[in-house]
Ligand binder design. Structure first.
Ligand SMILES: Cc1ncc(COP(=O)(O)O)c(C=O)c1O
Length: 388
């Protein structure tokens, strides 16, 4: 059976060009980038080349890029790194985040709250979007940190980060603004010198942008000081101790180059059109089906659909048996019986959240695959409904 992979927000395949770029760094160029000899220096040069490529994708300085193990580490370093000095000095600190963050942010915020930080969790509207006025009203004299994601992993909804960061800086220029861009990087243009010039910290994960799992990036704007999570060597300008994952970093650099090419072509519009064909086809073929979240401010590859009366967990299993990989929330929640915290925060009932399915396409998804999915999914939903 040819399988159709529609779970690219969980992880993307590694592109062949990325694998090709990494390959020498497992074999002939295996040096430790901290070594002074030729082999080490070749690895060092490759890391710096990758850093420049990532900086070009984000329109920032290479010095502002820190490589690490992924989105979770980036989010933890951003939040804990900002607030740790306040704990050390026993000073009060308030952070603002949202109820729709990935658990990498949400659970870190909760951990910081348990350590004494005050925390505000903003609630989105029914479209999954945070209201700038509600954000402004939440700012306080002791607010030190904001963490609001750029694109949501479950609905694809895009937050007005440029505007929110501008509001925060206008209120108090000392507030640090972090955005989790794990689901936005390489899907949407990110301009840290233009629209996102007020963002101080930005997280990216390699395995959502066609590089391998276990690789990531934190953008740290020049002049921003973070307490490190790890203690050890001086790698990554002392922001991230530990010998660098050279093949992984090379992969991130190559993936960034490919992303820049992709974003400057008409491919993003084609991907959105493919997603729309899937979405409108399912809405037309399956009665009582609804889109969860914004359809106007949304990553091009994602749709989150609610099939009334259908248990999404049963649907997932039935689709998998038919060769379609989908998801009903964050990958780490699959198999859990809890309904999605994102959909609940948007105002869906637990029953509605439990009948919702996320379909996420990639640059490699084909029109033929979408056509086959349009044959299979309505038939599976109809069968499950007839059994209910
Ligand atoms: C929005 C978001 N943030 C953070 C993460 C965590 O990234 P990683 O898997 O690289 O730790 C994910 C992964 O699903 C995500 O979707």
């Amino acid at each position: 059976m040819d399988r159709i992979y529609l779970d690219n927000n969980a992880t993307t395949p590694v592109l062949p060009q990325v694998i090709e770029a990494m390959r020498p760094f497992w074999s002939e160029t295996f040096g430790n980038p901290s070594s002074a000899h030729h082999s080490g220096q070749r690895a060092r040069t490759a890391i710096e080349h990758a850093r420049t490529a990532v900086a070009r994708l984000l329109n920032c300085s290479p010095k502002e890029i820190v490589f690490n193990s992924g989105g979770t580490e980036s989010d933890n370093l951003a939040l804990t790194g900002v607030l740790q000095p306040f704990f050390d000095k026993r000073q009060p600190a308030h952070l603002i985040t949202t109820e729709i963050e990935h658990h990498a942010v949400l659970y870190t915020a909760q951990a910081l709250h348990r350590r004494g930080a005050a925390a505000t969790y903003l609630v989105p509207n029914r479209e999954g979007i945070i209201d700038p006025e509600a954000f402004e009203a939440a700012l306080r004299p002791d607010t030190e940190l904001v963490s609001i994601m750029l694109a949501n992993n479950e609905t694809g909804a895009i937050q007005p980060i440029g505007k929110l960061a501008r509001i925060a800086k206008a209120y108090n220029p000392a507030i640090l603004f972090h955005t989790d861009a794990v689901q936005a990087a390489a899907k949407l243009p990110i301009d840290l010198t233009g629209a996102l010039k007020n963002v101080d910290l930005l997280s990216i994960s390699g395995h959502k942008m066609y590089a391998p799992q276990g690789t990531g990036i934190l953008f740290i704007r020049s002049g921003v000081h973070l307490a490190p999570l790890l203690h050890g060597g001086p790698q990554e300008h002392q922001h991230r101790s530990g010998t660098e994952n050279v093949p992984g970093i090379v992969a991130l650099g190559r993936a960034a180059e490919l992303a820049l090419d992709w974003l400057s072509s008409d491919a993003p519009q084609q991907l959105a059109a493919l997603r729309d064909r899937l979405e409108s086809g399912l809405l037309a073929a399956i009665p009582d089906t609804h889109v969860n979240g914004s359809t106007t401010h949304r990553a091009a590859n994602t749709t989150n659909l609610r099939f009334a009366g259908v248990d999404a967990e049963s649907l997932l299993i039935a689709l998998d048996l038919q060769g379609i990989a989908a998801s009903f929330g964050a990958a780490c929640q699959s198999g859990a019986t809890e309904p999605s915290h994102v959909l609940i925060a948007m105002g869906l009932t637990p029953a509605e959240a439990r009948s919702s399915l996320r379909l996420s396409l990639s640059r490699l998804t084909t029109a033929e695959e979408i056509d086959r999915a349009l044959e299979i999914i309505p038939a599976v939903v109809a069968r499950l409904r007839s059994l209910a």
